[in-house]
Design a protein around this ligand. Structure first.
Ligand code: HEC
Ligand code: HEC
Length: 288
């Protein structure tokens, strides 16, 4: 049985609960605590009225102030875009080859290009544009498709073997798969390719490969094997390898062909953005 009574020692009511003679005191909350508690309730009600608060089926209560951090962000972005509108327009109206002559415009393009590069390109070309096997290094002076800013601009706009109708195209044939060359001929021409940038190759084999090269390869890579930016055929004499410079990789390239794809950006990014990226890539040091 429980009954409420007053505890003599503390002068406080008990709750009436008792366990083995131990009785629970019903000590009231301190006043300051209680008032703070009421104040927070009032604060919450006030907050619901003035600020966005309750989710509803398809919307939410907007509150008296109609505050929205998203709207604020949009306004800020709009304000920035407006303040930039002039320079963006100038960039759009300036020949891409002339941008460098206008330092302010050039600086604007480079800083925009850097951040757009990080978002769109770094996953394939690396954050420092250093590339990887099959993904060209954009810092060096070795260009598959040309390193003038207008070449880079075109590459980014339309891509390489992309699905854009103006894409750059050109393919490394599969000489073994397509039965153009025999295995030992592949070996000979591989030795020849290696001998262009390395000492100590099997020169007898390379000599036979030289004849095959003139016949089968020079049309794209050039008589001197220095490549062609018309068809994206790499320079084979500079010891800079796109897919890899060991004998197996080169023989595999010749036997099975290569055709890596770089996406086209003209339909995905604003032209101003593509221009900024092209100028940025050109500035990385390997631009011609
Ligand atoms: C999906 C991967 C991928 C993405 C993303 C990508 N690229 Fe490429 N890019 C490639 C590949 C692969 C090649 C080489 C194509 C070939 O075999 O010729 C290439 C080639 C290039 C080249 C030509 C290099 C040369 O030597 O001529 C440039 C310039 C380039 N990319 C710039 C960019 C820029 C700028 C972006 C971002 C807007 C970008 N790429 C995004 C894969 C990619
Ligand atoms: C129709 C044009 C064409 C012909 C013919 C051709 N190539 Fe290529 N070659 C290319 C292209 C284009 C690439 C780059 C492929 C890519 O970007 O994915 C390439 C790439 C290569 C590579 C890779 C270089 C690197 O840096 O990794 C080697 C090696 C090569 N070719 C050797 C040869 C040899 C040897 C022959 C003759 C047996 C030959 N090619 C014939 C167009 C051609």
């Amino acid at each position: 049985m429980s009954k409420i009574e007053r505890d003599e020692v503390s002068g406080t009511d008990t709750t009436g609960h008792e366990w083995d003679g131990i009785r629970e005191l019903d000590t009231p909350m301190p006043r300051w605590w209680l008032w703070t508690f009421y104040a927070t309730i009032l604060w919450a009600i006030g907050y619901w009225i003035v600020m966005p608060a309750w989710p509803m089926v398809s919307d939410y209560t907007k509150g008296y102030l109609n505050y929205s951090s998203r709207d604020n962000l949009e306004k800020e972005i709009a304000a920035i875009e407006e303040s930039r509108a002039d320079i963006v327009q100038t960039l759009q109206d300036t020949q891409i080859t002339d941008v460098k002559a206008n330092p302010e415009l050039y600086q604007f393009a480079l800083s925009g290009g850097r951040s757009h590069y990080a978002v769109n390109c770094s996953q394939c070309h690396g954050s420092g544009a250093q590339g990887a096997a099959g993904f060209p290094n954009l810092n060096d002076d070795d260009w598959l498709w040309g390193g003038r800013v207008e070449d880079i601009y075109q590459t980014i706009q339309y891509g390489i073997r992309s699905n854009h109708e103006d894409t750059r195209s050109g393919e490394m044939p599969a000489f073994l798969t397509d039965e153009i060359l025999e295995k030992d001929q592949i070996n000979d021409v591989t030795e020849y390719v290696l001998s262009l940038s390395q000492e100590g190759r099997d020169m007898e084999s390379a000599e036979r490969g030289k004849a095959i090269f003139a016949e089968e390869c020079a049309s794209c890579h050039g008589d001197n094997a220095k490549g062609s930016t018309e068809v994206g055929a790499p320079n084979l004499t500079d010891a800079i390898w796109f897919y890899g410079g060991d004998k197996n990789t080169i023989a595999r390239t010749i036997a099975k062909g290569r055709a890596n794809v770089m996406p086209a950006w003209a339909d995905r990014l604003d032209d101003t953005v593509v221009r900024q990226i092209a100028l940025y890539v050109h500035s990385l040091g390997g631009g011609q």
